[in-house]
Design a protein around this ligand. Sequence first.
Ligand SMILES: NC(=O)c1ccc[n+]([C@@H]2O[C@H](COP(=O)([O-])OP(=O)(O)OC[C@H]3O[C@@H](n4cnc5c(N)ncnc54)[C@H](OP(=O)(O)O)[C@@H]3O)[C@@H](O)[C@H]2O)c1
Length: 305
Amino acid sequence: MKTKILITGSNGLLGQKLILALSPMTEVELIATSRGSNRSVVRESYTYLPLDITSAEEVLYVFTQIKPDVVIHTAAMTHVDQCELNPEECNELNVAAVQNVVDACAANHVHLVHLSTDFIFDGTHGPLDEEEMPNPVSIYGHSKLRAEEIVQAKLKSWSILRTMLVYGVADEMSRSNIVLWAKQSLEEGKPIKVVNDQFRTPTLAEDLAQACVLAALKKAEGVFNISGEELFSIAEFVYKIADFWQLDIGLIEEISTESLGQPAKRPPRTGFIIDKAKSILGYRPHSIQRGLQLVDEQLKRRENQ
Ligand SMILES: NC(=O)c1ccc[n+]([C@@H]2O[C@H](COP(=O)([O-])OP(=O)(O)OC[C@H]3O[C@@H](n4cnc5c(N)ncnc54)[C@H](OP(=O)(O)O)[C@@H]3O)[C@@H](O)[C@H]2O)c1
């Protein structure tokens, strides 16, 4: 018997890595869904359906027709400053649409793997384990915490995977990430400002996909922290990126979060303790060095295509 897995937001960074991880698995039947047409270059061994998660009717119809065993819900409004500037849109995607997904899962007895974030915390200390008390400091953080509450209150069978600072390469990405942004800016000789007072354990997108697959196949119950194991300030991480590609570190200017003046507040110090995911899911993240090597190999393969 194959496990039928449906992904939402399959055009996103995580969504595309999930297609790559799940489509070759003979024990899985994969249905990838996202807003609009399919942007993944991988087209074999799965079905793609356009699905806008803000439509409760559409979500219920698709889940009822497909009857998946597991849904991996990756679709979200992920740009933190845009959420701060457009709270209604943020609420529609990150809260109301999660309610749609949860209701359709409940109606069809589906296990939900839901994606959450370190931005549900205030960042006064870290690294954090799964028992830490949330206290969001941004509209995005509030929306993702509310979504976690909906999942936990309404479903019998769920996994919540909290992640942070995800990096990697995908096709026609709607947003960049720190590794691609820093690499490209420094290659183009552009000076960049990076904050030295925010601390994170960055996450390779392939590692996050691996965790989602493990949680989905085990129908693992509960909250799991998913990230890399190395804690850096954002500035330290950018120096590491520059060092890996041998780029000019003279272009990097370290600044404080306050002087950057972004619309949304960020938690200063998070980072995750990932022991629970390692012991229960069998999660094994790559080192940052290996993660950057994988990104480099993927970028070179694209250049040669
Ligand atoms: N990236 C991070 O650093 C990070 C950190 C912590 C937590 N997370 C969480 O991890 C999850 C996956 O993140 P990601 O990096 O893969 O995000 P992403 O690259 O921004 O992907 C999100 C995807 O959702 C799709 N989407 C947006 N609105 C939709 C709608 N109404 N219906 C269907 N699909 C819709 C987007 O489509 P378009 O491409 O067409 O816009 C996009 O492809 C999210 O839940 C996010 O909150 C991410």
